[in-house]
Design a protein around this ligand. Sequence first.
Ligand SMILES: C=C(O[C@@H]1C=C(C(=O)O)C=C[C@H]1O)C(=O)O
Length: 386
Amino acid sequence: MSADGWMVESLSHGEIFFASPTLQQRSHGTKGAVCAYEPVSADGVRRLFDRARAAGIARPVLFGLVPFDTTRHASFTIPVQLQLAPVPQRGGAVVAPAGRRPAVVARQPVPAPEIYGDMVRKALDLYEEGDVRKIVLSRAMDVELDAPIAYADVLRDLLRRNAQGYTFAVPAWSDGVAGAQPAASMVGASPELLVRREGDRVFINPLAGSIPRVADPEEDQARREGLAVSEKDLREHGYVVSDIVRILREHCEELDVPQGPSVIGTDALWHLSTFIAGRLKSPDLSALGLACALHPTPAICGFPTAQAFAHIQDLEPFDREYFAGLVGWQREDGDGEWALTLRCARYDGDRRLRLYAGAGTVAGSDPESEIRETAMKMETFMRAIA
Ligand SMILES: C=C(O[C@@H]1C=C(C(=O)O)C=C[C@H]1O)C(=O)O
């Protein structure tokens, strides 16, 4: 462990790092890991734990990426060597970056911001027609660097600025996973917990309704207060909470849902947030099982889900793949944590990254502010890279 207490030193491409607000976990080496590239299923997860036991892994922990579209392949990894530790006190010693940061050679937005604005305008037309009320629209940015990233530096930077978030580097496999090199890794710091399970207790923390923060403290505070009473943002948030609660009622016998949302801050944005706690009816439902029952929530898809999903496929000119899916970990007993794969990039292990960001739109949304919100979401990630 390094002087600042983060277990990120010499983490290489293909290894795993996952930090929640309290626990950090990292793998050492990729050799012998049990991997799978297949659609997510309870049977598949069970088979992976069986394989891990057969391989002599004593306390297997499964890490994974589940795509936005769960009919596509997920990537799962059970590492041979895993290290766990509480997260260090923030504000302690800061280890300086080891080398120079890579420089950006090229940036290509996918699509151009104006086209993203047109996508939002098309969504506004759809709201007039009335079959859909919320669509989360996203865009991407392809970035080429002049040198590979240093995982330790990037993760430290993300950890320092996202104390309440979920910071991760998790490999994405492709067909024929036996080799040690993954096709890519998803790297980022998500503010949004989809499900944490501790025994029969579950915790869910949807976010929706956001505004960029600013340096001036008075204006920043005014934005926070404005968000808390914004009719449009409360409506956008309301679709998420009511849909999640509807599904949770099927699986939980006790549910604690606050009357209304509170406002939480990341380093760059204010978000409306609702912290829900529940008790599972059945101990057989794992953290991932419940996460999949909830996914895709209206926080990253829209409302109603099926219509919003179809419009996303139609309007977005790229494949979300693992973006806006699930990233997390789980033990054999079903306890674990699954966050939404947000504020992140797909990294090819060399010099190429694809960054992603989305924003919820509802009747009354302004295309220009959605462009700004998605730009801000990508910018905060870029600060950690170059
Ligand atoms: C889709 C993203 O974020 C989601 C959309 C939000 C919003 O529109 O207010 C807020 C948090 C997330 O649920 C993203 O960060 O890319």
